[in-house]
Ligand binder design. Structure first.
Ligand code: SAH
Ligand code: SF4
Ligand code: F3S
Length: 441
């Protein structure tokens, strides 16, 4: 096995990057690489990067700097940058950090084996175009390795919405949906390899419109087809845009047995003035009405969201409108961020809010969200929920998994294995997880 090479991949950013890192590992598997968790023993290091906020992008350069010592020790080590920073900055990365041998954007991962061959000859390699060939198709020759109980599956990529703060339409390109048959084929393959829960991914996953039998399929139609796959127990999807929640998708939340009662539906702000400037094309009121309809279809659904505080020209009154919206929705989970200026986006040109004001608002918003999150979790005590077990916990004899509502649940019992979906009675709520007791059957 002398010529087996080792690949270390570090993943930043969203779930789509997690999915992409797996695809890159598979593509490089074809070029003789196996993955390693230890950067020090790698022959190639790939950073799969995120450009969404300034901090995320800057992290890449500090991480790259840390590899200098490794490269000094091992001159043949190759270093590559993939993902959204690669797409946004391209050649500039190699100028700023000459250690980098290879830069590859999210639409070009199928080219990695050829690029690897080039860098082995001492050249540099760059691919950041948006090719017409489907990267998913050329990445399909996957080894039939066993998988864990949960998996991501990208069904849609890119975004045409151009929210005024966001880099995604520039880094991931225009919205593209994969054909339904390809998605179903990949889902069946995952199930054969042990997967019981699939999370469908897309930057705007509910705008899915992949070609299928009888014309374009909606996300609801795709979910119903996945629901028929034996052995697949759970379906989730993320991230959705409020404007693309159609009636069929709302109804599916009430009717489709495998679709889980959890919905991530970012709103960003509760102020109509700010929403307009963000180019979100929904209002606070239309978002609240939408949630009412979703809850009418599935009363126990757990809502989660994303919030940006300190968007340009956000006043205290605008911020209060966001707090009011959060009170009205009552979230089970949320991600919140200080607005980060992204060069090239329209909001970067607007008058900015002071950093200390942003920090103080974020603090207040997170305190409110934490209270709601904790209340939603505490309300599970006494209920019986489905739990898909994933791995042993930190304590001896403990197994942990996720509930239907995506809460982390642990039980202490010798009678459950990773991949088991069991009914569990929740007995206690701790700060970030629930404790449960396995029910028979
Ligand atoms: N497609 C999804 C999410 C995209 S990025 C959507 O439409 O909601 C994930 C989250 O990062 C966004 O929901 C937003 O809350 C946050 N985000 C995006 N750009 C940002 C910026 N410039 N500053 C701070 N947060 C940002
Ligand atoms: Fe970014 Fe989401 Fe807006 Fe698209 S819809 S521009 S991904 S925040
Ligand atoms: Fe980041 Fe790109 Fe995802 S910018 S959030 S890795 S789409």
């Amino acid at each position: 096995m002398a010529d087996v090479k080792k690949l270390y991949i570090k993943t930043y950013g969203c779930q789509m990057n997690v999915y992409d890192s797996e695809r890159m590992a598979e593509a490089m598997g074809g070029a003789g690489y196996v993955t390693t968790e230890n950067a020090a023993e790698a022959d190639m290091i790939l950073l799969n990067t995120c450009h969404i906020r300034e901090k995320a992008a800057e992290k890449v350069y500090s991480e790259l700097g840390r590899f200098r010592a490794l490269k000094d020790e091992k001159p043949d080590l190759k270093i590559g940058v993939a993902g959204c920073v690669a797409q946004a900055e391209g050649q500039e990365i190699m100028r700023r950090q000459p250690l980098v041998d290879l830069v590859v954007g999210p639409q070009s991962y199928h080219r990695l084996p050829q690029m690897e061959a080039r860098v082995q000859t001492g050249e540099k390699a760059l691919a950041t175009d948006f090719p017409l060939d489907d990267k998913f198709d050329t990445l399909r020759q996957r080894p039939k390795a066993k998988r864990g109980p949960t998996a991501f599956l990208t069904v849609q990529e890119g975004c045409d919405k151009f929210c005024a703060f966001c880099v995604v339409p520039y880094t991931r390109g225009a919205e593209v949906s994969r054909p339904a048959a390809r998605v179903l084929e990949e889902a069946r393959d995952l199930v054969e390899r042990g997967v019981r829960e699939i999370t469908l991914l897309g930057q705007n996953v509910n705008a899915y419109h992949g070609a299928g039998e009888g014309g374009d399929w909606s996300l609801a139609r795709l979910i119903w087809a996945l629901n028929d796959i034996d052995g697949l127990e759970r379906i989730r999807f993320t991230t959705s845009h409020p404007n693309d929640m159609d009636d069929d998708l709302i109804a599916a939340h009430g009717e489709c047995a495998k679709l889980m009662p959890y919905l991530h539906l970012p709103v960003q702000s509760g102020s109509d003035k700010i929403l307009k400037r963000m180019n979100r094309s929904h209002t606070a009121e239309s978002y609240l009405r939408l949630i009412e309809r979703i809850r009418a279809a599935r009363p126990d659904i757990l809502m989660s969201g994303d919030f940006i505080v300190g968007f340009p020209e956000e006043t205290e009154e605008d911020f209060q409108a966001t707090m009011d919206l959060i009170e009205a929705v009552n979230y089970g989970y949320a991600f919140s961020f200080k607005y980060s200026t992204r060069p090239g986006t329209p909001a970067a040109e607007r008058p900015q809010v002071a950093e200390d004001v942003k920090s103080e608002r974020l603090h207040r918003l997170q305190a409110l969200i934490t209270r709601q999150q904790r209340a939603a979790q505490d309300a599970m005590v006494g209920r019986t929920v489905g739990v898909l077990f994933e791995k042993p916990g930190r304590m001896a004899g403990q197994m942990v998994g996720k509930s239907d509502h995506l809460h982390a649940v642990h039980v202490t019992s010798g009678d459950v294995a990773a991949g088991d979906l069991r009914q569990v009675e929740i007995v206690e709520s701790a700060s970030n997880s629930l404790a449960g007791r396995l029910l028979q059957g």
